[in-house]
Design a protein around this ligand. Structure first.
Ligand code: ADE
Length: 418
């Protein structure tokens, strides 16, 4: 078996972490049991480009139990858990191409190694796998019948490919399932981003001015949790609706240049380019901490920061100190890459349970339906979404009411008014 991981000797620790995560992934566990009996993915070659974490390991085990012939590569150069990667290879016989801290050339070589597997289905997080397949490996597109996409940024890229007519196979946007973005993006990113900042810096958040750029599902989650830690939260936005929502959620909303002057900690979760830029670096306070929890490392203009800085040096793991004019210091976390996955462990297993239940069932759905789908981005079927919510509630021992016949009839009628 071909693979590229840091050190197989790390496998024992990795296996323990995979098993620890498994306990909190009951919905995925039920799917794994059914997959093991029914083998709905029998002999299907599947290439996954995902953050290589203990939660992803459990998704890979589920797909394999369903009969899939899987290969995994990293969807970010800094998010790999090397012990988990080692265990997947050694204990579960799953080929992995991922090393934490790999350079960009290695990152893309790993994607190409996954494509060498000649997948029939792709499973992506950020659309780098799909992008390489459609450009450098276009001759292999004929093998692929469909794919899934995990994250907001990837869905945006894929929709743009579909609009331009260049997408060559259908994709299910797992991110668009409510059991994904309501929970993973909001509570997952909310908690894991704070976790990453704290593990990297150990700063006290109480009383700090905490700026968040972007009030999508992820931004809302980070804002909610930062407020819970006692920070004074400021939101920057470009969308009037989201800005208004932030205001009515009780946050201050400011233009980014004003926020820059007061930020102690500044997190970008906007999905866009150069949200923290030269003009902001010029006015930032001494000691400001900046980081990103959006998919790509483009939200902070790091080349501009490097050019403006007199010097820079690492001062702690995942913390780079930039010395600016006048002696100000700015601290950049995790090279501007996803701070929650680079400096912490990503979202907790309990939310990834639902995201990866969606991934598993969407892969099964794609296999059964690809022929009748066009080369477009599709939502996760509503029945899959609600079945995952039900199973999650069951796993938590939470019961809910059912409509009575009378109520059901009322909801399907129009005759009755006041
Ligand atoms: N994305 C965010 N957190 C993650 C995790 N724990 N595993 C895989 N992908 C993630």
């Amino acid at each position: 078996m071909d693979y590229d991981v840091k050190d197989l000797g790390l496998a024992e620790d990795g296996k323990k972490r995979i098993e620890w995560a498994e306990k909190d992934m009951p919905v995925l566990g039920l799917i794994k049991e059914r997959f093991a009996n029914e083998k709905p993915l029998k002999d299907v070659k599947l290439a996954a480009c995902l953050h290589v974490t203990s939660e992803t390991a459990n998704l890979m085990r589920t797909l394999k139990a369903g009969g899939a012939d899987v290969v995994l590569c990293a969807s970010n150069p800094l998010s790999t858990q090397d012990d988990v990667a080692a265990s997947l290879v050694k204990d579960y016989g799953i080929p992995v191409f991922a090393i934490k801290g790999e350079d960009e050339t290695t990152y893309y070589n790993h994607i190409k190694a996954a494509l060498d597997h000649r997948p029939k289905i792709t499973m992506d997080d950020g659309a780098d796998l799909v992008s390489v397949l459609h450009t450098e490996r276009a001759d292999e597109l004929a093998d692929v019948i469909g794919g899934t996409e995990e994250t907001t940024t990837g869905v945006i890229r894929l929709k743009s490919m579909a609009e331009q007519g260049v997408l060559k196979y259908p994709i299910v946007a797992v991110n668009d399932a409510q059991t994904k973005h309501f929970f993973d993006n909001r509570y997952g990113t909310g908690q894991s981003t704070i976790d990453g900042i704290l593990r990297a810096t150990n700063v006290l958040l109480a009383g700090k001015t905490f700026v968040i750029s972007g009030y999508g599902w992820c931004g809302r989650g980070v804002a909610m949790r930062a407020r819970g830690m006692g920070a004074n939260v400021i939101i920057t936005e470009i969308d009037p609706l989201k800005a208004l929502e932030a205001v009515m959620d009780g946050f201050r909303v400011l233009p980014s240049i004003e926020a820059a002057m007061v930020a102690d900690v500044w997190v970008t979760v906007s999905g866009d380019l150069h949200v923290i830029d030269e003009r902001h670096f010029k006015v930032m306070k001494n000691g400001a901490i900046i980081c990103n929890s959006g998919h790509f490392n483009v939200e902070i203009n790091i080349p501009a920061l490097e050019q403006m800085a007199i010097s820079h040096k690492p001062v702690r793991p995942f913390v780079e100190e930039y010395l600016m004019d006048g002696g100000r210091r700015i601290y950049l976390l995790a090279d501007g890459r996803l701070v929650n996955l680079a400096a912490a462990e990503g979202h907790p297993a309990s939310v990834m349970d639902m995201s990866f239940a969606n991934q598993s069932l969407s892969a099964e759905y794609m296999l059964a339906n690809a022929e009748r789908l066009e080369n477009k981005v599709y939502g996760v079927p509503g029945e899959i979404d609600s079945s995952i919510a039900r199973l999650k509630l069951d796993s938590m021992g939470i019961k809910i009411d059912q409509l009575t016949q009378e109520q059901d009839k009322y909801l399907h009628s129009w005759e009755m008014g006041t």
